[in-house]
Design a protein. Structure first.
Length: 258
């Protein structure tokens, strides 16, 4: 048998477990599930060797006893172990958690910003998401959403008037618009992109876009009013123009630094 269901790099799987014992328990159960039969210690050892997890049969035996005690496996005469219904459910649940964790980590790695080109890509992705989110926000925003946007605007104005760092406040306003779209996947991606964008803004204080903060507050006010008026055309146009202007400024900054 080949361990084809271990699609991910083993190092990525290891990062999903806080203890090596938990990792071994999961892998042993997953191997048994793949066989869909009773599996003995020597077969498990061979499969673990293929995965470059080199442990002895005595250690495997100890892990199997732990799994027996947890109700995940059951001994079948002297042939080996089979999974219980509880064990099968545990494997499937853990598989799903691993896939989600690795996917999440891969997404974070893919959007980590290291230079201007990355920032432009992030902003361009934000444009696609936030243009649609704005359209949905016009349809779905509640009074609570309007209050959050309004509070973010007040916070932004206060920070600017006191000459304090305002970069997070501007991003927060955009996040509240995406939240108002009532699409949890949009909200999750928007928060990830905003976080990465904030990181590079903190490292590059000379970004031209920072000089337009008060102008952006005014644009945000117009955006809020358009969404409150349920004016889809005006709201989406304002969002597109707003983000395109920021993208243009970053592109200009990139040319200057070349």
């Amino acid at each position: 048998m080949s361990n084809v269901l271990f699609m991910h790099d083993m190092k990525k799987i290891e990062k999903c477990f806080s203890a090596r014992g938990d990792l071994l328990e999961y892998i042993i159960m997953d191997i048994i599930l793949q066989y869909n039969d009773v599996v003995g210690s020597w077969t498990l050892k061979n499969e673990l060797d293929i995965l470059e997890i080199h442990i002895g049969t005595a250690t495997i035996g100890r892990v199997l006893k732990i799994l027996d005690n947890k109700g995940f496996t059951v001994p079948v005469s002297n042939k080996g172990r089979a999974l219980t219904k509880k064990g099968i459910d545990e494997v499937l649940k853990t598989r799903s958690r691993i896939h989600k964790s690795i996917l999440s980590n891969d997404i974070v790695d893919s959007v980590e910003i290291t230079h201007f080109d990355d920032l432009i890509e992030v902003l361009s992705t934000r444009l696609i998401i936030e243009r649609e989110a704005t359209r949905l926000a016009v349809q779905n925003a509640t009074q609570e959403d309007f209050k959050q946007m309004s509070d973010a605007l007040d916070q932004h104005r206060m920070l600017l008037s006191n000459e304090l760092d305002d970069s997070r406040a501007g991003l927060d306003f955009h996040i509240y618009i995406v939240d108002a779209a009532k699409n949890k996947f949009m909200s999750a991606v928007a928060r990830l992109l905003a976080y990465e964008e904030h990181q590079i803004e903190a490292r590059v204080p000379s970004l031209s876009a920072k000089k337009h903060a008060m102008e952006y507050v005014n644009v945000h006010q117009e955006l809020l009013e358009a969404i409150q008026d349920r004016d889809e055309e005006r709201a989406t146009r304002l969002m597109e123009e707003h983000l395109n202007q920021i993208i243009g400024l970053v592109k200009r900054d990139r040319e200057i630094t070349l």
